[in-house]
Design a protein around this ligand. Structure first.
Ligand SMILES: Nc1ncnc2c1ncn2[C@@H]1O[C@H](COP(=O)(O)OP(=O)(O)OP(=O)(O)O)[C@@H](O)[C@H]1O
Ligand SMILES: Cc1ncc(C[n+]2csc(CCO)c2C)c(N)n1
Length: 280
């Protein structure tokens, strides 16, 4: 006799799958401790930071990010910024000393923006040069993240990629940079400027964001990207969401305010989390 599923089979199956999903939903913690002068020892499971420098003015906290990062990669013309701008952040030291101290591990991109003198200089210091000029379909940031994922992830598990110069500037580049964090949802990538940071909160986790109020906030936002976010719930914000629908072209949470030391977010869709960075 042929098996006939009961009319309730799908429903009960869906419910039990839903329950299982809730029961197994993992909690991911986030904390911008990389903006503090020293990484706290009790920072939970240690993250290893990789720093990617894009071709925009370096944020003032670049030396701090460099110190916290285990590996430093320049996206094409980002190398010009390290060469030109880092010595100016240490006016009392010799430019050549600073350039040797802040030597990128690799420079990767389509190499249409790095100057020849800069390329020759870092090649001479032993920096890996990865020329992908044949690929005109992915951005230099995408190329760098791919390199980190494929070549560095096994050596450095629990990697978090900090990206400077990702926001502000040309709008197509900004959107391209945001697209990169959506292209690699399982990697932790944080886009930074002097004014704000952005990261993806994948829907398959619940999120606990430890606010570093010395260096970030209070302005923040939660933005659905690419699709409707049917249900999002938050705690710790002035305008919390309670199973609220958000969509581009409708409600998105901007100019929200952090009210507690911990913000929690759960949603059925991937969201962008953004928070302001304090000027000192
Ligand atoms: N004005 C900008 N605003 C935001 N991001 C930028 C800007 N300029 C450069 N970037 C970032 O720096 C990366 C390297 O930039 P660069 O100027 O070397 O190359 P590009 O040819 O402009 O970029 P791509 O080759 O990726 O199109 C870019 O991929 C982008 O992520
Ligand atoms: C539909 C489409 N739009 C734009 C580009 C061009 N493009 C995209 S990323 C990039 C940077 C390469 O480093 C360039 C030139 C393309 N290929 N396909």
């Amino acid at each position: 006799m042929m098996f006939m599923p009961s009319p309730f089979f799908n429903l009960s199956n869906r419910i039990s799958r839903g329950v299982r999903k809730l029961a197994t939903m993992s909690l991911t913690s986030h904390s911008s401790t990389f903006l503090l002068p020293n990484l706290p020892a009790d920072d939970g499971p240690a993250l290893t930071y990789a720093l990617v420098i894009l071709n925009q003015s370096l944020p003032k906290f670049t030396p701090l990010l460099w110190k916290h990062a285990k590996v430093h990669i320049c996206a094409d013309g980002g190398a010009n910024r390290v060469f030109d701008e880092l010595p100016g952040m240490f006016p009392h030291e010799e430019a050549s000393e600073i350039r040797k101290r802040y030597k990128p591990y690799a420079i990767k991109g389509d190499m249409d923006s790095i100057r020849t003198d800069v390329l020759d200089y870092y090649r001479g210091l032993g920096t890996k040069i990865i020329d992908e000029s044949q690929d005109q379909d992915t951005t230099d940031l995408n190329k760098c993240v791919t390199y980190i994922r494929d070549s560095l992830n096994s050596e450095h598990p629990n990697l978090c990629i900090l990206v400077t110069g990702a926001l502000g500037g040309r709008f197509d580049h900004e959107m391209g940079n945001i697209n990169v964090i959506c292209c690699f949802p399982s990697m932790r990538i944080i886009l930074l400027s002097d004014d704000s940071l952005i990261q993806l909160l994948p829907s398959k986790h619940h999120h606990k964001i430890h606010i570093q109020s010395l260096v970030e906030g209070p302005h923040c936002g939660l933005i659905p990207i690419g699709t409707v976010a049917g249900r999002t719930s938050t705690t710790g914000l002035q305008w919390n969401l309670d199973n609220t629908e958000m969509r581009f072209g409708g409600l998105v949470s901007t100019s929200n305010i952090v009210k507690e030391n911990i913000v929690t977010v759960q949603s059925d869709s991937d969201l962008l989390w953004t928070i302001s960075i304090k000027k000192d």
